[in-house]
Design a protein around this ligand. Structure first.
Ligand code: SAM
Length: 183
């Protein structure tokens, strides 16, 4: 059998799996551009959510992993980020490993709309209002009673916040609003 005949099935398999990875990436809807929360506000979000040691926290669209890292490092929570962008996924996963936080934090490389949040005690989100609206039915179905949700800057329409905090200046002249919900 010629080398070409042996190589062809391998090539076809590789091409098919590359095509399927592309299709999967294309199927994920971008719910917000990457725009990181300043670290001072990250801390406020986690305090606002009253995140405690050992609790399960998820950041939906975790960017460079800053919320996940602070949740695990400073608040001693068990924290999971979900991020579909391959570079941000790698960057945040590498940082978690480098800091030795990988026992209680991790990043899932995937779609926030396709995850299981049933174990969550606290969720943080920094997505667009229309994205929060798309996410809400999934959270309504999955979240256990008492789960706390902190949304940065945008409300989750259809839910009533238990408290709202405005921060006039984050030190860089930007104002922020935090919305706290409890299921
Ligand atoms: C505004 S940034 C917030 C990043 C981080 N949570 C923070 O507050 O610093 C939104 C993030 O959501 C990610 N994202 C958007 N749509 C997504 C989806 N469908 N699944 C997973 N991540 C998504 C973007 O790549 C981006 O990193």
């Amino acid at each position: 059998m010629s080398i070409h005949r042996l190589a062809l099935p391998l090539l076809l398999t590789a091409a098919a799996s590359a095509a399927s990875a592309q299709q999967q990436a294309a199927a994920i809807e971008k719910l917000a551009p990457y725009f990181p929360t300043p670290l001072t506000i990250v801390e406020k979000m986690l305090q606002f959510g009253a995140l405690k040691a050992g609790e399960k926290h998820f950041d939906l669209g975790s960017g460079d992993g800053r919320i996940v890292i602070m949740a695990a490092e400073k608040f001693k929570a068990d924290s999971t980020g979900v991020e579909f962008d391959a570079d941000l996924f790698k960057q945040s996963s590498d940082k978690i490993k480098k800091k030795g936080l990988d026992k209680r934090s991790r990043i899932i490389h995937g779609d926030v709309m396709k995850q299981d949040y049933t174990s969550a005690d606290v969720l943080t989100v920094y997505l667009l209002p229309s994205s929060n609206e798309k996410l809400r039915p999934l959270l309504d179905r999955q979240l256990k009673k008492g789960t706390r949700i902190v949304s940065h800057d945008f409300e989750i329409s259809g839910w009533t916040p238990e408290k709202v905090e405005s921060i006039d200046d984050d030190g860089e002249g930007r104002s922020h609003t935090l919305y706290f919900y409890r299921r």
